[in-house]
Design a protein around this ligand. Structure first.
Ligand code: AMP
Length: 287
């Protein structure tokens, strides 16, 4: 497995792969791998001959008051995990290599970035779309795989790839959960035992919404209020948003149906911000 740090080295390596006719798959990550990340790498291997993983904790998608410094990192552990996967190369640049002096360009999606996570993190998605554009230009993948855990991010990436005519197929991978339902996240490492118990309020909140739907409730407001109460009944929780949206376009809904998704963002102890989502009528795999 190649480990490459410099964008020009990465571009050169990938040119060699392309010359031999390989279809390239990219999985962008911020590292501190868990089974959710590994599932995306395996999905990429089903759609590409050569899988490249990027590992970069992108500073421009964190606001000054957010957890950039506390974001979990362990490069050696990550490399050990990757070596067991079908990963041909890792691109792990430094912030200085990605944003050399004089850098001043931004890629921004207008509408989709204003709601949900974009409301309290107004600069976040411009940081994401800019760094993903750079990663696409450096790795030049044929396919790129992103997790449905970050559902809004996936929708935004699909949007700019379409809008900018990028010749890249975007594939979404389902959410991988712990046995008790907690969605896997690198940030879970920053939860102590009692905080972890409170973190379960997100997945059990999705379960509650599904129960209400099964019992015939169709008013989004009623379901959202019940989920909010449920989350706030756990200690240390504060809500960023509890939203019922149309999974096809992310628009808020008043009446729920089979396309409705519950999207959640919750702070645990004011320090760890967790997100989760689920369709009210789950597809079989995720149930
Ligand atoms: P991150 O390293 O957290 O930026 O995530 C890298 C990629 O992994 C993103 O496309 C995420 O959506 C995806 N991802 C994170 N957690 C999960 C999970 N529990 N299941 C599936 N994909 C995930």
């Amino acid at each position: 497995m190649e480990i490459l740090q410099r964008p020009d080295e990465m571009q050169q390596w990938v040119r060699g792969q392309r010359r031999s006719g390989a279809c390239i798959g990219l999985v962008p990550t911020m590292g501190f791998f868990h089974d959710g990340h590994l599932s995306l790498m395996r999905l990429a291997a089903q759609h590409a001959d050569t899988v490249v993983v990027s590992l970069f904790v992108n500073p421009t998608q964190f606001a000054p008051n957010e957890d950039l410094d506390r974001y979990p990192r362990d490069f050696e552990r990550d490399m050990l995990m990757l070596r067991r996967e079908q990963v041909a190369a890792v691109f792990a640049p430094t912030p200085e290599l990605m944003y050399p002096p004089g850098f001043q360009t931004e890629v921004r999606v207008q509408h989709l970035t204003k709601y949900l996570c974009g409301r309290t993190r107004p600069h976040h998605f411009a940081g994401v779309t800019t760094v993903v554009t750079k990663l696409f230009n450096i790795v030049q993948p044929d396919v790129a795989v992103f997790g449905e855990k970050d559902y809004q991010q996936l929708a935004i990436i699909r949007r700019f790839v379409t809008d900018l005519n990028l010749p890249i197929r975007i594939i979404g991978g389902p959410i991988v959960r712990e046995d008790d339902g907690l969605a896997m996240s690198s940030r879970n490492a920053n939860l102590d035992r009692s905080h972890r118990a409170s973190a379960l309020s997100l997945s059990t909140g999705i379960g509650l919404a599904r129960d209400l739907y099964r019992q015939g409730e169709r008013k989004a407001m009623t379901i959202a209020t019940a989920v909010q109460r449920h989350i706030l009944s756990f200690p240390h929780t504060s809500i960023d948003y509890v939203s019922l949206i149309d999974s096809r376009n992310l628009d808020p809904v008043e009446q729920v149906d089979v396309h409705t998704m519950l999207a959640l963002a919750v702070h645990i102890d004011g320090k760890v911000r967790l997100i989760d989502n689920g369709l009210l009528v789950p597809i079989k795999k995720e149930e």
